[in-house]
Design a protein around this ligand. Structure first.
Ligand SMILES: [Zn+2]
Length: 70
């Protein structure tokens, strides 16, 4: 793996079986929690638009709970 540089356009989605262009990077653990099959468990993983949507869905409940906690 080459070192990470400022080239946001050259990353691909890191969810298994997906090779779409990545648009976002998110916390890997949260991605796993959200039910995404990412290879990494540490740091950040890159997600395509579609998987980012799934990610948001998967983390929604947690956020809601956090909000209710106020
Ligand atoms: Zn993807």
């Amino acid at each position: 793996m080459p070192p990470v540089k400022d080239a946001p356009d050259e990353k691909n989605c890191e969810v298994e079986k997906c090779s779409q262009k990545a648009e976002r990077s998110v916390n890997a653990r949260k991605a796993l929690k959200a039910g995404l099959a990412v290879k990494e468990e540490r740091g950040n993983v890159h997600l395509c638009r579609e998987h980012y949507r799934q990610f948001k869905k998967g983390t929604k409940e947690e956020r809601k709970l956090e909000r209710l906690g106020w």
